[in-house]
Design a protein around this ligand. Structure first.
Ligand SMILES: NC(=O)c1ccc[n+]([C@@H]2O[C@H](COP(=O)([O-])OP(=O)(O)OC[C@H]3O[C@@H](n4cnc5c(N)ncnc54)[C@H](O)[C@@H]3O)[C@@H](O)[C@H]2O)c1
Length: 257
């Protein structure tokens, strides 16, 4: 049987370690037959080293999603490796320390603005930068953390994710007429670099496994990766503006915590 993503050309952002959700997506996508091009932020030689650990080494393009020159040049850089894109993964998030960890009232606007620029507005920026390479059947997927609640310590990142959810729906509305789908995967807590940088993130970790009907493994990025790959495949042809929860069912039940 051919792989789920046979012949698909994907752009995957957000790899910084082997634990990155994006690494699991790139690995699974290649195993399912996709051609993968990566983007890296800042520490490019590190991303290139991690890229060598994929089943097939993938090229890495430099992309800071807040850098308009990088965004403007992205399509041409991708064309050096692929003649178009069928899927784009946005797996990017960042908030300055003041925005996380429990002092919600103290974070200054400059820091909040950075969090929103990198984690929210960039979903639109990345999609627009890739548009010249995409056509009907294309799929844009982003990584979300359920933003329907005010969580402890997640603070302004939670606000950024609420904005991401809304941005995703507006993008779905804008890109639908071009036959391009836009969806989010809302993952439960996973031990990645981004998560480890949130002081007090253990609060989620402890309650999640106890409360989620299916249980939850903090080290299993594969479940979220499978959903991302499925959304970039042809198997969700009429789904857009959607949030697929890959959280062991946590969002669906009341918590005793
Ligand atoms: N780990 C979790 O518990 C969890 C849960 C739900 C959603 N998510 C989301 O998954 C996504 C990926 O995070 P992760 O957990 O794999 O952590 P990660 O630290 O491995 O990945 C975050 C990525 O964002 C990139 N990045 C930061 N600033 C950037 C910029 N200006 N331009 C381009 N890239 C930039 C980093 O280089 C890194 O590769 C994020 O959106 C995160 O919010 C994570």
């Amino acid at each position: 049987m051919a792989g789920l993503l046979e012949g698909k050309r994907l752009l995957v952002t957000g790899i910084i370690t082997e634990q990155s959700i994006a690494f699991s997506v790139a690995k699974l996508a290649q195993e399912q037959g996709a051609q993968v091009v990566l983007t890296g932020f800042g520490r490019l030689s590190l991303v290139e080293r991690i890229a060598k650990r994929l089943p097939q080494e993938a090229p890495v393009i430099e992309l800071d999603v807040t850098n308009q020159e990088h965004l403007d040049g992205l399509a041409d850089k991708v064309r050096e490796h692929a003649d178009g894109l069928d899927g784009v993964l946005h797996s990017i998030g960042f908030a300055p320390a003041s925005c996380l960890g429990g002092d919600f009232l103290a974070a200054p606007w400059e820091d909040v603005a950075t969090a929103l620029h990198v984690s929210t507005f960039s979903f639109k920026s990345l999609a627009v930068a890739c548009l010249p390479l995409m056509g009907p059947g294309g799929s844009v997927v982003g990584l979300d953390f359920d933003a329907t609640k005010a969580w402890p310590v997640y603070d302004w990142m939670g606000v950024a994710k609420a904005g991401l959810e809304s941005t995703s729906r507006y993008l779905a509305r804008e890109l639908g007429p071009r036959g391009i789908r836009v969806n989010l995967v809302a993952a439960g807590p996973l031990r990645t670099m981004a998560a480890k940088s949130i002081p007090g993130f253990a609060v989620f970790e402890d309650s999640w496994a106890k409360t989620a009907p299916l249980g939850w493994d903090l080290h299993d990025q594969a479940a979220a990766a499978k959903a991302c790959c499925a959304l970039m495949s042809d198997w969700f042809p009429a789904t857009t503006g959607e949030i697929v929860h890959v959280d062991g069912g946590y969002h669906a039940v009341g918590s005793s915590q």
